[in-house]
Write a protein that binds this ligand. Sequence first.
Ligand code: TRP
Length: 337
Amino acid sequence: MAKERVLTGITTTGTPHLGNYVGAIRPAIEASRNPALDSFFFLADYHALIKCHDPKLVQQSTREIAATWLALGLDTDNTTFYRQSDVPEIMELCWVLTCLTAKGLMNRAHAYKAAVQANEQAGEDADKGIMMGLFSYPVLMAADILMFNGKRIPVGKDQIQHVEMARDIAQKFNHTFKTSLFDMPEAVVDDTVAVLGGLDGRKMSKSYNNTIPLFSTEKKLQKNINKIKTNLLEPGDAKNTDDSTVFEIWQAFASPEQVVYMREQYAQGIGWGQAKKELAALINDEIGQARLRYDELMLNGDFIEQELQKGAAKARGYAAELLSKVREAVGIIPIAK
Ligand code: TRP
């Protein structure tokens, strides 16, 4: 039986944080070890340009994200791990798909609509500051997915609409050119993985500036954890686990026994300082070894680059073949004799 193809991208605009790790990276690395799955994971660096025009940041983020995935033990033989910009076929496909995508479909994309709404609320011109990259971003995402006939697309809830749009675009292509070149992708949202709260209790996210970086020094990790907002209960006061970000993060790293243990500690009135100390130690247990590898990798750009080139070669093999079929389907072929 053909292996099922799992594909997902990571936009290279930030430093990986605990929320990324628990929600996306850890499950993806587990999938990378599952021989029944054929995983494609890529650094979406052209997506980064949609929201970031700081070349240093894009470059740095690409390095950090690649080093993070490798340090955590991504199996690059059993998966295809690549950088979007190393596969120019994706950009070519993106144009073909752009020519088949209704503007009206893009008008409905959440990210674009939110930007328009923000302008309107501010009394500005609806399109102020909105670039074509943001507007047609779902087409690039469709190209990322369809280029490899990705079937299962693990994403956060905010990305479901984009995967649905990729389906629409695939259907339009297949129908227009009477082919079945593209499979229909499906968004996979894993409800069993935790969405972590950040320092202020809102969802941990770069856009809220409330993240805890995954790999900093042990000391900085503790410092960051100490910044998590808690209530004013004193040591000795029983505490509620339900509204506690510290407990939420604990749960994401703990074994079932450790969850029971911390529940008891809360009931018995563990002090926040102590709970935070134990939380940092728990996280360290899981990522301590990987942190050492990460620090080494960050100093070894050549190795990271080599791994990415290995992935790009694999990815391009597949992409080139599919792209030549796409070109043929649309009539972009050599002149007949
Ligand atoms: N847009 C996605 C995000 O911001 C990242 C991404 C780019 C992606 N291309 C993709 C995810 C293709 C899945 C499939 O999270």
